[in-house]
Design a protein around this ligand. Structure first.
Ligand SMILES: [Mg+2]
Length: 385
């Protein structure tokens, strides 16, 4: 089997709750076709502030470098393809992650098995639905939204203490943790993401001590990215598990973080690791060091959220994930694919683990056409347009 076509669709996705900051988000849908008619899909959610990539750079790098190295190759040889990318370039993990995801989708369809089966099989029966609270400014607004969701079965909430593009955490945001706990009751899970906002060890320790009595599952990235020694000191002085996100992109940073004993958890994201193989390497390093992984989400549509669910379902060392279903937590006005669903498991809204071969999702061509900015096709004959 040979890859004959790589197609990228740059999409401008409309958000359901429009604010001055959030009206749309950029995604890139990737399509890989083979000479035997098998088609795989992947999705990049570049997020410039986080990955340094945009839909334009993802599209350009796939067209000029990553896709030409794929045409004519066996799509099942994912490891050899990833090694080739390693040897010929650096960075651009969102572009790589999207394309590699599509190769796994092809592989699942060729073998007729869902992705989680290729990653080790089911390690758990349920992957809870999660909801990100990242735009609410007032405690009343946040409590009303979270309370309504909780009555609908949503039992896991992630509160972003630095909303939007803020990089400096305001102390008044900490009061939202108490409001959220009041709204959702004692059994719901609350995670807190500081997005590097605490600045210093002293401020992080003081902040965590203010919120820990409200029952926080973990605090993510309290200090500026890469401050591993500081994170080790925060851990020594607080009792809430510490999760590293921006500080750990791939295996190299994972190794440094576990050597420094800087975290209890590592957030694994395909847009940081450049794909599933990289995610498995980060997980292997973490698991060997006695550190658990959390499977993160960059704000994906259904194509990019599917592997989050498969990874959480398959990895025994994964304790949690940000599933943020695109039609609810993800907040897309119109998702780009179908196939993901929620179901209630023991009273908790959970993601149904996709059972169709590969990622288990199918692009909605009309939703894609409606939000399409540009389409690029790469074949053996070259690139168009
Ligand atoms: Mg984070």
């Amino acid at each position: 089997m040979k890859i004959t076509l790589v197609e990228t669709d740059a999409l401008r996705m409309r958000m359901r709750r429009e604010t001055s900051e959030w009206r749309w988000t950029q995604l890139v849908l990737v399509r890989v076709e083979t000479d035997e008619g098998v088609v795989g899909f992947g999705e990049a959610c570049p997020g410039y502030a986080y990955t340094g990539e945009t839909a334009a750079t993802v599209t350009a790098v796939i067209a000029s470098h990553l896709a030409p190295a794929l045409i004519g190759r066996d799509p099942l040889a994912v490891e050899a393809i990833a090694r080739r990318w390693d040897e010929t370039g650096v960075g651009n993990e969102a572009a790589r992650g999207a394309l590699e995801m599509a190769l796994w989708d092809v592989k699942g369809k060729v073998f007729g098995r869902p992705l989680y089966e290729l990653l080790g099989g089911l390690s758990r029966r349920a992957v809870p639905e999660t909801y990100p609270l990242d735009r609410e400014e007032a405690a009343e607004e946040l409590a009303a939204r979270a309370g309504a969701l909780h009555r609908d079965g949503v039992a896991v909430f992630k509160l972003y203490l630095c909303p939007g593009d803020e990089r400096e955490l305001r102390d008044d945001r900490l009061e939202l943790v108490a409001a959220l706990r009041d709204a959702v009751g004692p059994r719901a899970e609350i995670r807190v993401d500081a997005n590097q906002g605490w600045g210093t060890v002293a401020r992080a320790v003081a902040g965590i001590k203010r919120i820990e009595r409200h029952g926080v599952a973990f605090v993510e990235e309290p200090l500026p990215a890469g401050h591993l020694e500081g994170c080790r000191r925060v851990r020594a002085r607080t009792d809430v598990p510490l999760c590293l996100d921006e500080s750990v992109r791939g295996p190299r940073e994972a190794l440094a973080a576990v050597r420094e004993e800087a975290c209890d958890l590592i957030s694994v994201k395909l847009m940081k690791t450049g794909g599933i193989l990289g995610a498995l390497k980060v997980n292997a390093i973490a698991e060997t060091a006695g550190v658990r992984v959390h499977v993160g989400n960059m704000g994906h549509g259904s194509v990019g959220t599917a592997p989050v669910i498969h990874l959480h379902a398959a990895l025994a060392n994964a304790v949690s994930s940000d599933t943020d279903p695109p039609w609810r937590g993800g907040d897309f006005a119109r998702d780009l694919a179908t196939g993901l669903e929620t179901q209630t498991v023991e009273g908790v809204s959970s993601m149904r683990i996709p059972q169709k071969p590969g990622l288990g999702v199918t692009p909605d061509e009309s939703a894609v056409a409606e939000q399409l900015v540009s389409r690029t096709r790469i074949t053996a004959a070259g690139r168009s347009p």
